[in-house]
Design a protein around this ligand. Structure first.
Ligand SMILES: Cc1cc2nc3c(=O)[nH]c(=O)nc-3n(C[C@H](O)[C@H](O)[C@H](O)COP(=O)(O)OP(=O)(O)OC[C@H]3O[C@@H](n4cnc5c(N)ncnc54)[C@H](O)[C@@H]3O)c2cc1C
Length: 99
């Protein structure tokens, strides 16, 4: 789907009620190798890197809202690794390099 500026403006002015879903609604399989709860930044990145780095593709990402509907969809989008907890800093640095 494309998102031309005029369409976004028209949708915004009319309550965003005429968007068509851009995701599928497949029947869940009987089993998965991995189930990830939460389809936001961490959940989707985990699924992506499982496939890319380890070839693990029998993965379900379950999301109770819409993709990115958690904090990831409302944050200030500053890309940084300067959070406060010292023990977490290597994790943030590694994440920054992945990004
Ligand atoms: C106001 C604000 C500003 C921020 N600014 C920044 C910033 O500038 N830079 C930065 O790096 N970070 C920022 N953050 C932090 C950043 O947004 C979070 O660290 C990040 O969104 C966490 O991602 P996540 O995937 O773990 O969780 P979330 O983005 O919170 O997503 C969790 C997802 O799990 C789903 N879910 C929850 N429970 C269930 C369930 N039982 N079943 C199915 N689905 C479920 C939710 O619907 C949601 O989609 C900010 C956060 C906020 C709130």
């Amino acid at each position: 789907m494309r998102y031309p500026a005029l369409k976004i403006l028209a949708q915004g002015l009319t309550g965003n009620k005429r968007w068509t879903p851009v995701w599928r609604e497949p029947e869940p399989k009987a089993e998965y190798d991995i189930v990830i709860v939460g389809g936001a930044g961490h959940g989707l990145a985990t699924a992506y890197y499982l496939a890319r780095e380890f070839g693990v593709t029998n993965v379900a990402v379950v999301e109770k809202g819409w993709l990115g509907s958690g904090n990831i969809g409302r944050n200030t989008t500053i890309i940084r690794s300067n959070y406060l907890l010292e023990g977490n800093q290597p994790f943030y640095e590694f994440s920054l390099r992945l990004w």
